[in-house]
Design a protein around this ligand. Structure first.
Ligand code: GLU
Ligand code: MG
Length: 467
Protein backbone atom coordinates (compact mmCIF):
# COMPACT_ATOMS: atom_id res chain seq x y z
CA UNK A 1 0.00 0.00 0.00
CA UNK A 2 1.39 3.42 -0.84
CA UNK A 3 1.95 5.72 2.10
CA UNK A 4 5.02 7.26 3.74
CA UNK A 5 7.56 4.59 4.52
CA UNK A 6 8.31 2.93 7.84
CA UNK A 7 11.16 0.61 8.81
CA UNK A 8 9.28 -2.48 7.69
CA UNK A 9 8.66 -0.96 4.28
CA UNK A 10 12.33 -0.02 3.92
CA UNK A 11 13.22 -3.68 4.50
CA UNK A 12 10.53 -4.61 1.97
CA UNK A 13 11.92 -2.30 -0.73
CA UNK A 14 15.46 -3.66 -0.19
CA UNK A 15 14.17 -7.19 -0.64
CA UNK A 16 12.14 -6.15 -3.67
CA UNK A 17 15.13 -4.37 -5.24
CA UNK A 18 17.05 -7.64 -4.99
CA UNK A 19 14.25 -9.56 -6.67
CA UNK A 20 13.88 -6.99 -9.45
CA UNK A 21 17.61 -7.00 -10.00
CA UNK A 22 17.62 -10.78 -10.34
CA UNK A 23 14.95 -10.40 -13.04
CA UNK A 24 17.05 -7.72 -14.81
CA UNK A 25 14.33 -5.11 -14.30
CA UNK A 26 15.62 -1.67 -15.29
CA UNK A 27 12.42 0.43 -15.24
CA UNK A 28 9.20 0.39 -13.27
CA UNK A 29 6.00 1.90 -14.68
CA UNK A 30 3.65 3.34 -12.05
CA UNK A 31 0.11 3.59 -13.36
CA UNK A 32 -3.21 4.94 -12.17
CA UNK A 33 -6.43 5.31 -14.15
CA UNK A 34 -8.06 8.71 -14.70
CA UNK A 35 -11.77 9.50 -14.75
CA UNK A 36 -11.93 9.10 -18.54
CA UNK A 37 -10.66 5.53 -18.14
CA UNK A 38 -7.16 6.15 -19.46
CA UNK A 39 -4.25 4.52 -17.60
CA UNK A 40 -1.71 7.31 -17.07
CA UNK A 41 1.81 6.50 -16.00
CA UNK A 42 5.16 7.70 -14.73
CA UNK A 43 8.18 5.41 -14.96
CA UNK A 44 11.23 5.28 -12.70
CA UNK A 45 14.56 3.46 -12.97
CA UNK A 46 14.44 0.39 -10.73
CA UNK A 47 17.13 1.94 -8.52
CA UNK A 48 14.67 4.71 -7.55
CA UNK A 49 12.12 2.31 -6.08
CA UNK A 50 13.09 2.87 -2.46
CA UNK A 51 12.94 6.64 -3.00
CA UNK A 52 9.54 6.37 -4.74
CA UNK A 53 8.21 4.20 -1.91
CA UNK A 54 9.33 6.77 0.66
CA UNK A 55 8.59 10.07 -1.10
CA UNK A 56 6.29 9.17 -3.97
CA UNK A 57 6.58 10.35 -7.57
CA UNK A 58 5.12 13.72 -8.55
CA UNK A 59 2.11 14.02 -10.85
CA UNK A 60 -0.36 16.86 -11.28
CA UNK A 61 -3.95 16.58 -10.01
CA UNK A 62 -5.08 18.16 -13.29
CA UNK A 63 -5.21 14.66 -14.81
CA UNK A 64 -8.39 14.12 -12.78
CA UNK A 65 -10.12 16.42 -15.26
CA UNK A 66 -8.46 15.12 -18.44
CA UNK A 67 -10.83 13.82 -21.10
CA UNK A 68 -10.23 10.71 -23.19
CA UNK A 69 -8.73 12.97 -25.88
CA UNK A 70 -6.30 14.65 -23.43
CA UNK A 71 -8.29 17.87 -23.37
CA UNK A 72 -8.50 19.51 -19.95
CA UNK A 73 -11.69 20.59 -18.25
CA UNK A 74 -12.29 21.73 -14.67
CA UNK A 75 -14.59 20.91 -11.77
CA UNK A 76 -15.47 23.02 -8.73
CA UNK A 77 -12.53 21.44 -6.91
CA UNK A 78 -9.97 20.45 -9.52
CA UNK A 79 -8.31 21.90 -12.59
CA UNK A 80 -5.67 24.48 -13.44
CA UNK A 81 -1.90 24.29 -13.57
CA UNK A 82 -1.05 24.52 -9.86
CA UNK A 83 -0.51 21.80 -7.27
CA UNK A 84 1.10 18.41 -7.24
CA UNK A 85 0.39 14.92 -5.97
CA UNK A 86 2.54 11.94 -5.09
CA UNK A 87 2.15 8.54 -6.70
CA UNK A 88 3.03 5.75 -4.25
CA UNK A 89 3.61 2.33 -5.85
CA UNK A 90 1.78 -0.53 -4.17
CA UNK A 91 4.80 -2.64 -3.26
CA UNK A 92 2.64 -5.74 -2.82
CA UNK A 93 1.58 -5.53 -6.45
CA UNK A 94 4.88 -4.93 -8.26
CA UNK A 95 4.89 -7.26 -11.25
CA UNK A 96 7.73 -8.10 -13.60
CA UNK A 97 6.33 -7.64 -17.10
CA UNK A 98 6.68 -10.69 -19.32
CA UNK A 99 6.09 -8.94 -22.66
CA UNK A 100 8.24 -5.88 -21.90
CA UNK A 101 11.70 -7.21 -21.03
CA UNK A 102 13.48 -5.10 -18.41
CA UNK A 103 10.24 -3.56 -17.17
CA UNK A 104 8.07 -3.99 -14.10
CA UNK A 105 4.75 -2.38 -13.26
CA UNK A 106 3.01 -1.27 -10.10
CA UNK A 107 -0.38 0.35 -9.56
CA UNK A 108 -0.14 3.60 -7.63
CA UNK A 109 -2.17 5.32 -4.91
CA UNK A 110 -2.25 9.09 -4.96
CA UNK A 111 -1.51 11.27 -1.94
CA UNK A 112 -0.99 15.00 -1.47
CA UNK A 113 2.40 16.43 -0.59
CA UNK A 114 1.65 16.31 3.14
CA UNK A 115 0.96 12.57 2.89
CA UNK A 116 -2.85 12.76 3.11
CA UNK A 117 -4.88 10.61 0.68
CA UNK A 118 -5.94 12.58 -2.41
CA UNK A 119 -9.75 12.79 -2.19
CA UNK A 120 -10.10 11.94 -5.90
CA UNK A 121 -7.81 8.89 -5.80
CA UNK A 122 -9.89 6.26 -7.59
CA UNK A 123 -7.89 3.31 -6.24
CA UNK A 124 -8.33 4.46 -2.64
CA UNK A 125 -12.04 4.94 -3.34
CA UNK A 126 -12.20 1.28 -4.48
CA UNK A 127 -10.35 0.20 -1.35
CA UNK A 128 -12.58 2.32 0.91
CA UNK A 129 -15.70 0.71 -0.58
CA UNK A 130 -14.25 -2.80 -0.20
CA UNK A 131 -13.50 -1.96 3.45
CA UNK A 132 -17.00 -0.61 3.90
CA UNK A 133 -18.35 -3.94 2.65
CA UNK A 134 -16.05 -5.83 5.02
CA UNK A 135 -17.27 -3.66 7.91
CA UNK A 136 -20.84 -4.65 6.95
CA UNK A 137 -19.77 -8.30 7.08
CA UNK A 138 -19.84 -8.75 3.30
CA UNK A 139 -16.85 -10.08 1.44
CA UNK A 140 -17.09 -9.07 -2.23
CA UNK A 141 -15.12 -10.97 -4.88
CA UNK A 142 -14.88 -9.40 -8.31
CA UNK A 143 -13.40 -9.92 -11.75
CA UNK A 144 -13.53 -8.23 -15.15
CA UNK A 145 -13.78 -9.86 -18.56
CA UNK A 146 -11.51 -8.14 -21.06
CA UNK A 147 -12.65 -7.93 -24.68
CA UNK A 148 -10.58 -6.43 -27.47
CA UNK A 149 -10.37 -6.23 -31.24
CA UNK A 150 -7.02 -6.93 -32.81
CA UNK A 151 -5.91 -5.48 -36.13
CA UNK A 152 -2.64 -5.36 -38.04
CA UNK A 153 -0.66 -2.26 -37.11
CA UNK A 154 -0.50 -0.12 -40.25
CA UNK A 155 3.03 -0.05 -41.69
CA UNK A 156 4.62 3.38 -42.05
CA UNK A 157 1.53 4.90 -40.49
CA UNK A 158 2.04 8.46 -39.34
CA UNK A 159 0.37 8.66 -35.92
CA UNK A 160 -0.77 12.15 -36.87
CA UNK A 161 -2.82 10.76 -39.75
CA UNK A 162 -6.54 10.60 -39.36
CA UNK A 163 -7.44 7.10 -38.20
CA UNK A 164 -10.90 7.51 -39.65
CA UNK A 165 -9.37 6.91 -43.08
CA UNK A 166 -7.27 3.90 -42.12
CA UNK A 167 -9.18 0.74 -43.07
CA UNK A 168 -8.89 -1.87 -40.32
CA UNK A 169 -6.74 -4.79 -41.39
CA UNK A 170 -7.78 -7.86 -39.37
CA UNK A 171 -5.12 -10.56 -38.87
CA UNK A 172 -7.80 -13.24 -38.72
CA UNK A 173 -10.83 -13.85 -40.86
CA UNK A 174 -12.54 -16.76 -39.10
CA UNK A 175 -16.14 -16.72 -37.95
CA UNK A 176 -17.39 -15.58 -34.56
CA UNK A 177 -16.20 -17.91 -31.78
CA UNK A 178 -14.58 -19.97 -34.57
CA UNK A 179 -11.73 -22.41 -34.00
CA UNK A 180 -10.20 -21.09 -37.22
CA UNK A 181 -9.47 -17.77 -35.49
CA UNK A 182 -7.49 -19.64 -32.84
CA UNK A 183 -5.57 -21.43 -35.59
CA UNK A 184 -4.85 -18.18 -37.44
CA UNK A 185 -3.54 -16.44 -34.32
CA UNK A 186 -2.28 -19.38 -32.26
CA UNK A 187 1.19 -17.91 -31.53
CA UNK A 188 -0.30 -14.61 -30.49
CA UNK A 189 -2.97 -16.10 -28.23
CA UNK A 190 -0.45 -18.48 -26.65
CA UNK A 191 1.88 -15.54 -25.95
CA UNK A 192 -0.95 -13.51 -24.38
CA UNK A 193 -1.84 -16.44 -22.11
CA UNK A 194 1.77 -17.15 -21.23
CA UNK A 195 2.59 -13.53 -20.42
CA UNK A 196 -0.46 -13.22 -18.18
CA UNK A 197 0.33 -16.48 -16.41
CA UNK A 198 3.97 -15.48 -15.83
CA UNK A 199 2.65 -12.28 -14.26
CA UNK A 200 0.60 -14.18 -11.71
CA UNK A 201 -2.77 -13.79 -13.45
CA UNK A 202 -4.84 -16.95 -13.24
CA UNK A 203 -6.34 -17.12 -16.76
CA UNK A 204 -9.66 -18.96 -16.90
CA UNK A 205 -10.47 -18.66 -20.61
CA UNK A 206 -9.27 -17.01 -23.80
CA UNK A 207 -11.49 -17.20 -26.87
CA UNK A 208 -12.65 -15.54 -30.08
CA UNK A 209 -15.66 -13.25 -29.68
CA UNK A 210 -18.41 -12.14 -32.05
CA UNK A 211 -17.01 -9.13 -33.96
CA UNK A 212 -14.24 -9.35 -36.60
CA UNK A 213 -10.84 -9.68 -34.89
CA UNK A 214 -12.44 -9.76 -31.44
CA UNK A 215 -11.17 -11.87 -28.50
CA UNK A 216 -11.85 -12.15 -24.80
CA UNK A 217 -9.83 -13.22 -21.79
CA UNK A 218 -11.34 -13.90 -18.38
CA UNK A 219 -9.35 -14.42 -15.20
CA UNK A 220 -9.86 -15.58 -11.62
CA UNK A 221 -11.79 -13.20 -9.37
CA UNK A 222 -10.16 -11.53 -6.39
CA UNK A 223 -10.79 -8.77 -3.91
CA UNK A 224 -12.15 -5.62 -5.60
CA UNK A 225 -8.90 -3.62 -5.72
CA UNK A 226 -7.04 -6.65 -7.02
CA UNK A 227 -9.72 -7.14 -9.70
CA UNK A 228 -9.29 -3.54 -10.86
CA UNK A 229 -5.46 -3.83 -10.81
CA UNK A 230 -5.78 -7.05 -12.82
CA UNK A 231 -7.99 -5.31 -15.37
CA UNK A 232 -5.23 -2.74 -15.95
CA UNK A 233 -2.47 -5.36 -16.06
CA UNK A 234 -4.40 -7.67 -18.41
CA UNK A 235 -5.11 -4.85 -20.84
CA UNK A 236 -1.56 -3.51 -20.90
CA UNK A 237 -0.22 -7.03 -21.33
CA UNK A 238 -2.54 -7.74 -24.27
CA UNK A 239 -1.40 -4.43 -25.74
CA UNK A 240 2.28 -5.26 -25.23
CA UNK A 241 1.99 -8.75 -26.74
CA UNK A 242 0.05 -7.26 -29.67
CA UNK A 243 2.83 -4.76 -30.34
CA UNK A 244 5.42 -7.56 -30.34
CA UNK A 245 3.35 -9.40 -32.95
CA UNK A 246 2.97 -6.32 -35.19
CA UNK A 247 -0.66 -6.05 -34.10
CA UNK A 248 -2.74 -3.34 -32.49
CA UNK A 249 -5.40 -3.91 -29.84
CA UNK A 250 -8.52 -1.78 -29.39
CA UNK A 251 -10.45 -1.96 -26.12
CA UNK A 252 -12.82 0.82 -27.19
CA UNK A 253 -16.55 0.34 -26.59
CA UNK A 254 -17.26 0.78 -30.29
CA UNK A 255 -14.43 -0.11 -32.66
CA UNK A 256 -16.63 0.13 -35.76
CA UNK A 257 -19.97 1.92 -35.45
CA UNK A 258 -22.85 -0.49 -35.98
CA UNK A 259 -20.87 -3.61 -35.03
CA UNK A 260 -20.85 -5.52 -31.75
CA UNK A 261 -18.53 -3.63 -29.41
CA UNK A 262 -16.10 -4.41 -26.61
CA UNK A 263 -17.70 -4.93 -23.22
CA UNK A 264 -15.82 -5.12 -19.94
CA UNK A 265 -18.33 -7.07 -17.90
CA UNK A 266 -17.96 -6.99 -14.13
CA UNK A 267 -18.54 -10.28 -12.29
CA UNK A 268 -19.08 -10.32 -8.55
CA UNK A 269 -20.02 -12.73 -5.80
CA UNK A 270 -20.87 -12.16 -2.16
CA UNK A 271 -19.84 -14.06 0.97
CA UNK A 272 -20.49 -13.65 4.66
CA UNK A 273 -18.33 -15.42 7.26
CA UNK A 274 -16.70 -17.48 4.53
CA UNK A 275 -20.04 -18.72 3.18
CA UNK A 276 -21.44 -17.92 -0.24
CA UNK A 277 -24.59 -15.78 -0.18
CA UNK A 278 -25.53 -17.39 -3.50
CA UNK A 279 -26.05 -20.83 -1.96
CA UNK A 280 -28.93 -20.44 0.49
CA UNK A 281 -31.20 -23.50 0.64
CA UNK A 282 -34.90 -22.85 0.06
CA UNK A 283 -34.31 -19.17 -0.75
CA UNK A 284 -35.54 -17.65 -4.01
CA UNK A 285 -32.79 -18.10 -6.62
CA UNK A 286 -30.57 -19.46 -3.83
CA UNK A 287 -29.84 -15.89 -2.75
CA UNK A 288 -29.55 -14.95 0.93
CA UNK A 289 -31.63 -11.84 1.83
CA UNK A 290 -28.45 -9.69 1.89
CA UNK A 291 -27.53 -10.84 -1.61
CA UNK A 292 -31.02 -9.95 -2.89
CA UNK A 293 -30.73 -6.52 -1.26
CA UNK A 294 -27.19 -5.96 -2.63
CA UNK A 295 -28.29 -6.94 -6.14
CA UNK A 296 -31.45 -4.85 -5.68
CA UNK A 297 -29.28 -1.84 -4.81
CA UNK A 298 -27.10 -2.35 -7.90
CA UNK A 299 -30.23 -2.86 -10.02
CA UNK A 300 -31.85 0.38 -8.80
CA UNK A 301 -28.62 2.35 -9.35
CA UNK A 302 -28.01 1.05 -12.91
CA UNK A 303 -28.97 4.28 -14.72
CA UNK A 304 -26.53 6.31 -12.58
CA UNK A 305 -23.89 3.57 -12.68
CA UNK A 306 -23.80 3.84 -16.47
CA UNK A 307 -21.98 7.16 -16.11
CA UNK A 308 -19.22 5.20 -14.36
CA UNK A 309 -19.23 1.98 -16.40
CA UNK A 310 -20.11 3.45 -19.82
CA UNK A 311 -18.28 6.76 -19.57
CA UNK A 312 -17.77 7.81 -23.19
CA UNK A 313 -20.26 9.06 -25.76
CA UNK A 314 -18.88 6.10 -27.78
CA UNK A 315 -20.13 3.73 -25.05
CA UNK A 316 -23.65 4.46 -26.28
CA UNK A 317 -22.81 3.32 -29.82
CA UNK A 318 -22.19 -0.12 -28.29
CA UNK A 319 -25.36 -0.11 -26.19
CA UNK A 320 -27.76 -1.53 -28.75
CA UNK A 321 -30.60 -3.96 -27.96
CA UNK A 322 -29.97 -7.62 -28.85
CA UNK A 323 -26.16 -7.16 -28.87
CA UNK A 324 -25.50 -8.95 -25.52
CA UNK A 325 -24.64 -5.60 -23.99
CA UNK A 326 -27.46 -5.44 -21.41
CA UNK A 327 -29.22 -2.22 -22.36
CA UNK A 328 -32.45 -2.81 -20.44
CA UNK A 329 -32.90 -2.39 -16.71
CA UNK A 330 -33.83 -5.98 -16.00
CA UNK A 331 -32.14 -9.00 -14.52
CA UNK A 332 -32.35 -12.68 -15.35
CA UNK A 333 -30.88 -16.08 -14.68
CA UNK A 334 -28.26 -16.69 -17.36
CA UNK A 335 -30.04 -14.08 -19.50
CA UNK A 336 -27.39 -12.45 -21.72
CA UNK A 337 -29.67 -9.57 -22.65
CA UNK A 338 -30.27 -8.52 -19.04
CA UNK A 339 -28.09 -5.77 -17.60
CA UNK A 340 -27.67 -7.96 -14.54
CA UNK A 341 -27.19 -11.64 -15.26
CA UNK A 342 -27.39 -14.06 -12.35
CA UNK A 343 -25.08 -17.04 -12.82
CA UNK A 344 -26.19 -19.85 -10.49
CA UNK A 345 -23.04 -21.95 -11.08
CA UNK A 346 -22.82 -25.72 -10.81
CA UNK A 347 -25.30 -27.00 -8.19
CA UNK A 348 -22.61 -29.14 -6.50
CA UNK A 349 -20.15 -26.22 -6.16
CA UNK A 350 -20.45 -24.75 -2.63
CA UNK A 351 -18.63 -21.59 -3.76
CA UNK A 352 -20.56 -21.30 -7.03
CA UNK A 353 -22.90 -18.50 -7.95
CA UNK A 354 -22.16 -14.96 -9.06
CA UNK A 355 -23.66 -12.01 -10.86
CA UNK A 356 -22.47 -10.25 -14.00
CA UNK A 357 -23.00 -6.62 -14.81
CA UNK A 358 -22.99 -6.79 -18.60
CA UNK A 359 -23.47 -3.16 -19.51
CA UNK A 360 -20.01 -1.86 -18.52
CA UNK A 361 -17.33 -1.36 -21.17
CA UNK A 362 -13.59 -0.97 -21.53
CA UNK A 363 -13.64 2.82 -21.31
CA UNK A 364 -14.61 2.53 -17.65
CA UNK A 365 -12.10 3.20 -14.91
CA UNK A 366 -12.12 -0.24 -13.21
CA UNK A 367 -11.44 1.25 -9.75
CA UNK A 368 -14.43 3.57 -10.05
CA UNK A 369 -16.49 0.66 -11.40
CA UNK A 370 -15.81 -1.70 -8.49
CA UNK A 371 -16.19 1.08 -5.91
CA UNK A 372 -19.45 2.41 -7.34
CA UNK A 373 -21.01 -1.05 -7.65
CA UNK A 374 -20.12 -1.89 -4.05
CA UNK A 375 -21.50 1.48 -2.90
CA UNK A 376 -24.78 0.81 -4.73
CA UNK A 377 -25.00 -2.73 -3.36
CA UNK A 378 -24.37 -1.65 0.23
CA UNK A 379 -26.95 1.09 -0.16
CA UNK A 380 -29.33 -1.69 -1.25
CA UNK A 381 -28.58 -3.61 1.96
CA UNK A 382 -29.09 -0.48 4.09
CA UNK A 383 -32.44 0.26 2.47
CA UNK A 384 -33.69 -3.32 2.13
CA UNK A 385 -33.80 -3.15 -1.67
CA UNK A 386 -35.64 -5.91 -3.54
CA UNK A 387 -35.43 -7.37 -7.04
CA UNK A 388 -38.36 -7.45 -9.46
CA UNK A 389 -39.28 -10.70 -11.23
CA UNK A 390 -36.44 -12.10 -13.34
CA UNK A 391 -36.67 -11.78 -17.10
CA UNK A 392 -36.11 -14.74 -19.40
CA UNK A 393 -36.70 -13.05 -22.76
CA UNK A 394 -34.65 -10.61 -24.79
CA UNK A 395 -36.45 -7.34 -23.96
CA UNK A 396 -35.30 -5.97 -27.32
CA UNK A 397 -37.59 -8.40 -29.12
CA UNK A 398 -40.66 -7.49 -27.05
CA UNK A 399 -42.87 -4.66 -28.24
CA UNK A 400 -42.91 -1.34 -26.42
CA UNK A 401 -46.24 -2.23 -24.82
CA UNK A 402 -45.07 -5.61 -23.55
CA UNK A 403 -41.92 -4.07 -22.09
CA UNK A 404 -44.06 -1.46 -20.35
CA UNK A 405 -46.40 -4.18 -19.04
CA UNK A 406 -43.41 -6.01 -17.56
CA UNK A 407 -42.00 -2.76 -16.18
CA UNK A 408 -38.75 -3.03 -18.17
CA UNK A 409 -37.08 0.34 -18.75
CA UNK A 410 -34.37 1.15 -21.27
CA UNK A 411 -31.16 2.20 -19.53
CA UNK A 412 -29.82 5.64 -20.52
CA UNK A 413 -29.23 5.71 -24.27
CA UNK A 414 -26.91 8.72 -24.13
CA UNK A 415 -24.06 9.82 -21.90
CA UNK A 416 -26.01 12.98 -21.09
CA UNK A 417 -28.87 10.96 -19.63
CA UNK A 418 -26.50 8.74 -17.65
CA UNK A 419 -24.58 11.77 -16.34
CA UNK A 420 -27.86 13.42 -15.28
CA UNK A 421 -28.73 10.31 -13.27
CA UNK A 422 -25.22 10.17 -11.80
CA UNK A 423 -25.39 13.83 -10.83
CA UNK A 424 -28.59 13.19 -8.86
CA UNK A 425 -27.48 9.90 -7.29
CA UNK A 426 -27.22 10.56 -3.54
CA UNK A 427 -25.61 7.16 -2.73
CA UNK A 428 -22.85 7.62 -5.34
CA UNK A 429 -22.27 11.22 -4.31
CA UNK A 430 -21.99 10.21 -0.66
CA UNK A 431 -19.68 7.26 -1.41
CA UNK A 432 -17.34 9.13 -3.75
CA UNK A 433 -17.29 12.42 -1.92
CA UNK A 434 -17.78 15.75 -3.64
CA UNK A 435 -14.25 16.04 -5.09
CA UNK A 436 -14.24 12.69 -6.92
CA UNK A 437 -17.94 12.83 -7.84
CA UNK A 438 -17.51 16.37 -9.18
CA UNK A 439 -14.43 15.46 -11.22
CA UNK A 440 -16.15 12.45 -12.81
CA UNK A 441 -19.16 14.57 -13.68
CA UNK A 442 -17.02 17.36 -15.14
CA UNK A 443 -15.22 14.88 -17.42
CA UNK A 444 -18.56 13.37 -18.57
CA UNK A 445 -19.93 16.83 -19.37
CA UNK A 446 -16.78 17.74 -21.31
CA UNK A 447 -16.97 14.52 -23.37
CA UNK A 448 -20.67 15.15 -24.10
CA UNK A 449 -19.92 18.68 -25.31
CA UNK A 450 -16.95 17.61 -27.43
CA UNK A 451 -18.85 14.92 -29.31
CA UNK A 452 -22.29 16.57 -29.39
CA UNK A 453 -22.33 17.07 -33.16
CA UNK A 454 -20.18 14.14 -34.23
CA UNK A 455 -21.75 11.27 -36.20
CA UNK A 456 -21.40 7.61 -35.22
CA UNK A 457 -18.55 6.75 -37.64
CA UNK A 458 -16.50 9.75 -36.60
CA UNK A 459 -17.13 9.08 -32.91
CA UNK A 460 -16.00 5.44 -33.20
CA UNK A 461 -12.92 6.48 -35.20
CA UNK A 462 -12.00 9.27 -32.77
CA UNK A 463 -12.17 6.98 -29.75
CA UNK A 464 -10.98 3.67 -31.29
CA UNK A 465 -7.41 3.78 -30.00
CA UNK A 466 -7.82 5.78 -26.80
CA UNK A 467 -8.09 2.98 -24.22
N1 GLU B 1 -19.20 -8.11 -26.89
C1 GLU B 1 -20.40 -8.08 -26.10
C2 GLU B 1 -20.49 -6.73 -25.40
O1 GLU B 1 -20.47 -5.76 -26.04
C3 GLU B 1 -20.47 -9.20 -25.09
C4 GLU B 1 -20.36 -10.59 -25.58
C5 GLU B 1 -20.38 -11.56 -24.41
O2 GLU B 1 -21.45 -11.79 -23.86
O3 GLU B 1 -19.33 -11.98 -23.98
O4 GLU B 1 -20.58 -6.62 -24.23
MG1 MG C 1 -17.56 -11.60 -24.06
Amino acid sequence: MGSPADAEQRGHTRELAGLLDAEAVRNIALSWVDNAGIARAKAIPAARLAHAARRGVGMSPVFDVFTSEDAITASDHLGGPSGDLRLFPDLDRITVLAAQPGWAWAPADRYDQEGAPHPACQRQFARAMAERATAAGIDVRMGFETEWVVTRAPKGHDPGEDDAYQPLDYPCTGPAYGMSRIVELSDYLRDVTEALTLQGIDVHQIHPEYAPGQFEVSCAPGDPVRAADDAVLVRETVRAVSVRHGLRASFAPSVVAGQVGNGCHLHFSLNRDGKSLHRTPNAPWGLAPDAVAFLGGVFAALPALLAVGCPSPASYLRLQPSHWAGVYQCWGIENREAALRLIPGAPDDPDGGSAELKTFDGAANPYLAVGAVIAAGLHGIETGAQLPAPETDDPGTLGVRERARRGILRLPATLTEAADRFEKSAPLHEAMGKVLHGAVLAVRRAEEARFADVDAEELAAATRWRW
